[in-house]
Every structure is written in C-alpha cells, then in structure tokens.
Design a protein around this ligand. Structure first.
Ligand code: ADP
Ligand code: MG
Length: 240
C-alpha cells in the first residue's frame, strides 16, 4: 500500500524488530479521528440501528464524541491513560443507550492499562486493546457470536496478536487486525442477536449488520490510519 516500510530497503524505525514509540499525541489523533468518522457515518450507523434497534446508534455516538472533542483540550498535554479515561467517562455520561457505557468502559479500561504513560510500545498498545475488550465483555455480559461490537473487536485482537507472534511489525499486524475486524463485522449479518435491543427481535434480527459491530470497525480503521500516519512519519524518510 505504498508504505515507507515497503519501499525503504534500509532499516527504518517502524520496521520489524524495533518497537515503535507511541505517544499521547497519537491517542489524541486517534480520538479526533474517531469523532470525525462517527460524525461522517452518523446517518449510516443510525440507519443500521433502525433495522434491528431504535435508530439512534449514530446519534448516540456522535453526541458522545462531540462532547469528547470539547473536553480534549483540557487533557491534551496529559498522559495517555488520563486522556483515555477522560474520553471514557465523557462517553458514559453523555451517551444514552447501551453503547455509551460499553465504549465508555472500553476507553476507561484502556486508560487504566496506559496509566501514567506518555510513551508506550506495541505490546502496551495491545494490552490496552485487550483491557478494552475485557471491559466491554464484563460490562455487557456478552461473548462472541451474540451479534454485537464484540464480534468485530475480538477477532481483530486475535489477528493482531497472531500477526505479532509471527514476527509482523505493528503496521502489518494492524492491517491484519483491521481486515479481521471487517470480516467480523460482516459476520454479524447472519447472526441471531442474543444481547441488547436487537435480541428483542429474535429471528428477525437475522440478515442485518449490527450497528455496534460497524462502529467498532470504523474505530479499527481509524486506529490503522492513525498508526500508519504516525509510524511512517517517524520512519524518518523523505516523506517526513
Ligand atoms: P441501544 O441499543 O441502547 O439503543 P445503541 O444503539 O447506541 O444503544 O448501541 C447498540 C449496539 O450496542 C448494538 O449494535 C451492539 O453492538 C451493542 N450492544 C448492545 N448490547 C450489548 C452487550 N450486552 N454487549 C456488547 N455490545 C452490546
Ligand atoms: Mg439504539
């Protein structure tokens, strides 16, 4: 995909084997990117929710991430943990509907994993994503295969860990994770919903893509883009 690491023969700092340095600034970029994509896709998410829910998922998340954007300047110079916890508590307090406490818990847990860190590496990023998923599963008492956001996030994290275990650099691993997130999102279409509002529909929930699985995929794609921009910049080539 024209990445610096594909085209530069000499070792670059984002190449396999070196641990990228991720920062609070990356977290800010990610959160701002999520807010932007949620705003852009707000109607799409709400339309998906109109099929198997109450037509508010895009509205809910846009309200929450707009509040997050207003709050970010207060914490922009803080550590990654503080930033993520602030995002989470803001989502919990501003998003009506199941997705607020669920995504809120995810950000709060990720913030706990990165408490006090202004810089962190790939393993810590993965630990934070893991904490986020565990938080969602605990809060919603749901597991895979129930037609929720978990069906996007869990396979993405599996793919991320598997790629890293096979020696992939973070960018290649995140591409595999995003592909798995997309496949996971699409796999919710034939599923029967057994958690959340969609479960009230029973068999009629089958045949529709889950809105939360879709917003989770959008967030995964933003994480990929954010890492790509940050790490290729850090690669220190003429692209810099
Ligand atoms: P509500 O259903 O309260 O209107 P939203 O429309 O904002 O809330 O969010 C719906 C999404 O939340 C669903 O598409 C699903 O992905 C997710 N969801 C609902 N319940 C759970 C749960 N128990 N665990 C995980 N995710 C859930
Ligand atoms: Mg809804």
């Amino acid at each position: 995909m024209g990445r610096v690491s594909d085209s530069v023969p000499a070792a670059s700092s984002s190449g396999a084997g070196s641990d990228p340095r991720l920062t609070s600034a990356l977290v800010i970029d990610f959160v701002e990117g999520v807010a932007a994509i949620i705003k852009a896709e707000r109607q799409y998410l709400t339309t998906l929710d109109s099929a198997i829910g109450d037509a508010d998922h895009g509205i809910n998340l846009d309200r929450g991430f707009s509040a997050v954007l207003a709050k970010l300047p207060e914490v922009a110079d803080q550590d990654a943990g503080t930033i993520l916890k602030t995002v989470g508590t803001t989502l919990v307090s501003t998003v009506g509907g199941a997705s607020g406490p669920l995504y809120g818990t995810a950000f709060i847990r990720a913030g706990g994993a990165l408490a006090g860190r202004t810089e962190f590496g790939a393993d810590e990023l993965i630990a934070a994503l893991d904490a986020a998923l565990q938080g969602i599963m605990a809060r919603g008492k749901a597991s895979r295969g129930e037609k929720t956001m978990i069906d996007t996030i869990a396979p993405a994290l599996d793919a991320l860990k598997a790629a890293r275990a096979n020696g992939a650099d973070l960018l290649d691993a995140i591409h595999e994770a995003t592909a798995a997130a997309k496949a996971g999102m699409e796999a919710t279409i034939p599923m029967l919903a057994t958690k959340g509002r969609a479960s009230y529909l029973g068999e009629r929930s089958i045949g529709h893509q889950d809105p939360g699985a879709t917003s989770a995929y959008l967030m995964a794609s933003v994480l990929q883009d954010t890492l790509e921009h940050t790490l290729t910049r850090e690669g220190g080539t003429s692209h810099g």
